[in-house]
Design a protein around this ligand. Structure first.
Ligand SMILES: CC(C)(COP(=O)(O)OP(=O)(O)OC[C@H]1O[C@@H](n2cnc3c(N)ncnc32)[C@H](O)[C@@H]1OP(=O)(O)O)[C@@H](O)C(=O)NCCC(=O)NCCS
Length: 164
């Protein structure tokens, strides 16, 4: 398994993974989402097996570099590849990418957060395994009948403790 940053011309393969994993009606909708999110400065990474993209994740800086705040926006693995550590590998690679960005700006990533559907218990167990904790509930956020859960982690605190 190889992890790398995504490029715009990965669109067809990224769309395939997104369409299988998110509430998207088609690969065309997923392709539009990927292109839009690249324009919004979301940073995509992919997991590749041979020539096939089998997992995708993205992160975004929030507000200013000095806030040291990033969102884990997407993470998805093709169904047949789940349960093999692909998402954990993607997340580790994404964190390196994110840390490198903040380091270039003279700071460290302080907080990473994400939103997940209240009904997506599987994703919540997965995020807890990665070290995220429940932070808040956002009622009727993306849909009238579905709350969002905010999960977060403070990776820099671990670094500070290690430096102390
Ligand atoms: C969530 C998702 C990305 C996990 O991908 P994955 O490749 O199967 O995850 P991994 O195999 O890397 O698992 C990493 C850890 O999480 C745990 N984990 C993963 N899925 C889990 C589940 N459903 N229940 C409990 N633990 C789970 C694994 O046991 C593993 O722990 P370990 O390293 O201690 O053994 C994948 O299920 C997916 O694509 N789901 C659909 C898209 C989605 O819901 N994305 C999140 C949107 S908010």
């Amino acid at each position: 398994m190889r992890f790398r940053k995504a490029e715009e011309n990965d669109v067809a393969q990224v769309a395939r993974v997104l369409a299988k994993s998110y509430n998207m009606d088609s690969e065309a909708e997923a392709a539009m989402a990927f292109r839009r999110e690249l324009r919004q400065e979301k940073n995509f990474v992919v997991a590749e097996e041979g020539d096939a993209v089998v997992g995708v994740a993205s992160w975004q800086m929030h507000d200013l570099p000095k806030h040291m705040l990033a969102e884990l926006h997407r993470i998805a693995v093709m169904p047949e590849y789940r349960g093999n550590g692909v998402a954990r590998g993607l997340f580790d690679f994404l964190l390196e990418d994110c840390n490198a960005f903040y380091k270039q700006n003279g700071v460290c990533l302080r907080k990473m957060f994400l939103l997940t559907h209240n009904s997506n218990a599987r994703a919540q167990r997965f995020y807890e395994k990665l070290g995220f904790s429940f932070e808040a509930k956002l009622p009727s956020h993306y849909y009238d009948r579905e709350d969002e859960i905010v999960y977060s982690m403070f990776p820099e605190k671990k670094g500070r403790a290690a430096d102390a």
